[in-house]
Design a protein around this ligand. Structure first.
Ligand code: TPP
Ligand code: SF4
Length: 283
């Protein structure tokens, strides 16, 4: 998709649905959105069926605001809670099988680069911890080893939320969830170290406490993946249902988790830093 393909003939404009006109005239197509504009512009995602107060839904909203050129971007996701809202957003969403997001993203990114050599097309994988660290683990790792140029964003709620509370590799040791009554028997997988060892060009870990940080981090991850190499963002997004967090306590929980064990991490290669500074004027 591009601005050219989403704009219809001017003679039809008066008859187009308001939703469409708002996206073209007051939405993020063709311009970079700023966080301060939220609430006064048409967003890519305005309604979704995720649980009330779900931190993951909020994180996804911030992520969609961060996408530098949504009209030239594709999101790849899979089974899990996140796809419930990602599939409602005004941006192409490819639903991979549960395991193959990073293989599908590889094909899409390579195909787009061949088809549109003059135009940057950003590919963004966004999926749960189960989708990326368990069943999709091998494909994530191999996309990193191959240095595929797309961003991988993990929605880490530390459980299989969508299927009722099974433990994932990212669940913490000892944690009891509804369908793992004896408690997790091994440590949370250290995906940051694996990303480092694989030579990922930009790595970040964060929670939902700081919206500006979410937008900046995601934007950097997408831009670095555009030209330098694979990028990985791991976001603690909690799960109200499986960890019994009342909606009004979601932000308190995120602050506590950030303080205790999920502090902000940002690392990048020299090439990534130079690219962000020189090409995008981002420090
Ligand atoms: C091949 C395959 N195995 C199992 C499933 C069932 N399934 C759907 S969602 C899901 C768990 C999702 O957990 P996670 O990826 O952590 O995302 P969350 O729902 O927590 O956001 C599972 C096991 C499936 N759809 N496909
Ligand atoms: S089950 Fe958990 S992660 Fe899924 S939508 Fe509900 S609160 Fe969010």
């Amino acid at each position: 998709m591009s601005l050219k393909t989403i704009n219809c003939s001017p003679v039809f404009m008066p008859y187009m649905p308001k939703e469409y006109l708002d996206l073209i005239n007051k939405g993020p197509f063709g311009k970079e959105m700023k966080l301060s504009q939220v609430g006064s512009v048409k967003e890519l995602l305005e309604e979704h069926p995720m649980c009330e107060g779900c931190a993951m839904a909020y994180f996804i909203r911030m992520t969609l605001i961060a996408i530098p050129t949504p009209e030239h971007s594709v999101i790849v996701g899979t089974a899990g809670c996140g796809r419930l809202s990602l599939s409602q957003a005004a941006i192409p969403f490819v639903y991979g099988n549960y395991c193959d997001t990073n293989g599908v993203a590889t094909g899409i990114k390579r195909g787009l680069a061949l088809r549109f050599p003059e135009q940057h097309k950003d590919v963004i994988v966004m999926a749960g911890d189960g989708g990326l660290a368990d069943i999709g683990f091998s494909q994530v790792m191999h996309s990193w080893f191959r240095k595929e140029k797309f961003a991988t964003i993990m929605l880490d709620n530390e459980v299989y939320g969508n299927t009722g509370g099974q433990e994932s590799g990212m669940t913490r040791k000892g944690e009891v969830v509804k369908m793992a009554p004896v408690g997790k028997q091994f440590e949370k997988i250290d995906m940051l170290s694996l990303a480092r060892a694989s030579g990922v060009a930009y790595i970040a870990r964060l929670t939902i406490t700081n919206p500006a940080r979410i937008v900046n981090t995601i934007r950097k991850a997408i831009l670095v993946a555009r030209e330098i190499g694979p990028t990985y963002v791991q976001a603690y997004t909690s799960c109200n249902i499986e960890y019994t967090i009342p909606p009004e306590k979601v932000m308190d929980d995120a602050r506590r988790v950030e303080q205790e064990r999920y502090s902000f991490v940002e690392e990048m290669s020299d090439a990534a830093r130079e690219y962000l500074e020189k090409v995008h004027n981002i420090k």
